[in-house]
Design a protein around this ligand. Structure first.
Ligand SMILES: [Zn+2]
Length: 366
């Protein structure tokens, strides 16, 4: 029986994209190995790779060490052609904006960070200046990945007056721009460049000056049209608490963000809080960790998550990671068995999400 809803063109593009992602995670592979990994015939793989070589997306890079047949011929290895494709990655957090140039595999080439100001003209001008300083990449840029705090509604971000920033960047830089919420973008990077794509359900959790989350099911990010889906930061954990920026009261973010903890401990830094011997400070931190653990455990239960991937400023401190893991395991035994971990890309969070957003839109799925 014919399959409904899928035409040959879609199958073609699905096969191309799947092969590109495979090469992205594996580095180099022969046609023979690709065929076995993707469960395709040798003829099909030969067709797809021919098309991708012609379009400049992949290239042959020498021979494998293994013989392909009895007469000792070697298998030719294929890899992504990444040396001529780069992205401008702009990551705007509430305290800083990072501009970076990355290749399509997320490797950092150049970067600079400025304090954040709610000023679109300034953001665009700094992007122009950064590109001017790195002119060697100018003609190799495939697009711009733009990551922002809060929800993304077409051209309007949730937290500052950012109307038309996408249009402005496209106009001034002459490059296409792909926008995404910063937490969702980081999760996308873990899916594309990390090793979470084999889990059936993953909960990504960011804990820093804000609190955010993302969910991947079957290696795909769950997204709604305004990217605001799965916002654990706006889980109400204390109905009598302070008003949140979303308008409600006692959201997890207002109660337990790094900023909230600092404010409650008289402005102490995270390092000071963690090393403090003051009983009150210790209690505040333990209470916040417990609040976060409960919200995380409940969310993971609803999603039947195989894994919780942590990132953000709070997890730069190992003792917080350990305390949170212990607390989650107290609420749910399932988490005892290495189900909670700091994301392998967490140290790259100032650029890797934007790199993934641009690479996905302008290379892998283009
Ligand atoms: Zn809220």
């Amino acid at each position: 029986m014919a399959q409904l809803g899928i035409n040959p063109k879609q199958i073609k593009s699905y096969n191309d994209t799947t092969l590109l992602y495979l090469l992205s995670s594996e580095g180099t592979l022969s046609r023979k190995v690709i065929a076995s990994k993707l469960n395709l015939t040798a003829a099909a793989v030969s067709k797809i790779t021919k098309r991708l070589i012609e379009s400049g997306k992949i290239e042959e890079i020498g021979n494998s060490t293994e013989d392909s047949d009895r007469v000792g011929r070697k298998e030719v290895l294929l890899a992504l052609k990444s040396n001529d494709k780069f992205s401008l990655c702009i990551t705007a957090e509430l305290d800083a904006v990072t501009y970076a140039i990355c290749d399509i595999r997320g490797n950092l080439k150049k970067s600079v960070t400025y304090p954040f100001f709610d000023d679109n003209a300034l953001i665009v001008n700094r992007a122009k200046a950064f590109l001017a300083e790195n002119a060697a990449y100018a003609h190799k840029l495939i697009g711009v990945g733009l990551c922002v705090v809060g929800s993304v509604k077409k051209d309007v971000f949730g937290v500052w007056n950012n109307e038309n920033l996408v249009d402005l960047l496209e106009l001034e830089l002459g490059l296409p721009v792909a926008i995404q919420n910063n937490v969702k973008a980081y999760a996308l990077a873990e899916i594309i460049y990390g090793d979470t794509s084999h889990d059936s359900s993953v909960l990504f959790f960011k804990w820093g000056s804000g609190i955010g989350s993302a969910v991947a099911v079957g290696g795909k990010l769950l997204l709604s049209t305004d990217y605001s889906l799965t916002e654990i930061g706006h889980y109400i954990v204390d109905p009598s608490g302070k008003q949140c920026r979303c308008g409600r009261y006692g959201c997890l973010e207002t109660v337990a963000s790094a900023d909230a903890i600092s404010a409650e401990t008289g402005g102490l830094s995270l390092t000071e809080i963690v090393s403090s011997k003051d009983e009150e400070v210790i209690n505040v931190l333990e209470h916040k960790i417990d609040t976060v653990a409960l919200a995380l455990t409940n969310t993971a239960t609803i999603l039947n998550a195989d894994r919780i991937v942590l990132f953000g400023q709070m997890f730069e401190n190992q003792s917080i990671v350990e305390k949170l893991t212990v607390q989650c395991a107290r609420y749910n035994n399932h988490f005892k068995h290495n189900k909670i971990m700091v994301g392998e890309l967490s140290k790259k969070s100032t650029y890797i999400g934007a790199a993934a957003v641009s690479a996905q839109q302008f290379f892998f799925e283009n």
